[in-house]
Design a protein around this ligand. Sequence first.
Ligand SMILES: O=C(O)c1cc(C(=O)O)c2c(n1)C(=O)C(=O)c1cc(C(=O)O)[nH]c1-2
Length: 251
Amino acid sequence: MSQQPWSREEFEQKLRDKGQYYHIHHPFHQAMNKGECTKEQIQGWVANRFFYQMCIPIKDAAILANCPDMETRRKWIQRILDHDGEEGDPRLGGIEAWLRLGEAVGLDRQDILDEKLLLPGVKFAVGAYVNFARRATWEEAACSSLTEMFAPEIHQSRLDTWPEHYPWINQEGFSYFQMRLSQARRDVEHGLAITLDHFNTRELQEKALNILQFKLDVLWSLADAITLAFEFNRKPFHGLADQQICHKGLM
Ligand SMILES: O=C(O)c1cc(C(=O)O)c2c(n1)C(=O)C(=O)c1cc(C(=O)O)[nH]c1-2
């Protein structure tokens, strides 16, 4: 016989407990927030995280494409506008704000766009997330966005520690982290409501926890790839090529 579903409150708590595996606990993120990273390491993270940034609206468009519910689409579409920015709106979209963070840490905007520092491991991790959103149901894909429950804390910790640890970073670069504090909280409210409503048997609730773990794995793998390249100096094709090599497109 199948087990009783957890109550809404118990289920939400189990989702929130997954925060113990959030990338805020990854050694690379911990080092960044303790001021232990070099300029090259910060640049490596910013340039690679940009790929995640670029793919978020593509992932959200995939969710919209799979969602027959107009009310949900009306709310979900805001996520795309948050990242792409709206025409005529002086507020920055997330992608532009991230490019400015890139400039603030001393990177060239065109180099970021040309993926000069992008690692294959990061592409694979982010690609897995986008492809999951394409293939899964829209409720499952919405559930996978719930790592955002834990994101305001990591953005806030950067705002709290980076200006002191990395005085060479131009302060204007931090506006992305500031922006996301409120945007992530609003997104979570919506994503969580969808998840708590849809995953309403014990089997489905366990599936939701597994989906959230998948997304935690994506973020952890991304940080692992960056660690190998920028902390242990083992970029792909180390010893075989002078410059960084990575395929383009093909996702
Ligand atoms: O900097 C971070 O550590 C971090 C993590 C995450 C996340 O938890 O997936 C997101 C973001 N930032 C972020 O800025 C963002 O816009 C975002 C959207 C999503 C998503 O899954 O839809 N995650 C995240």
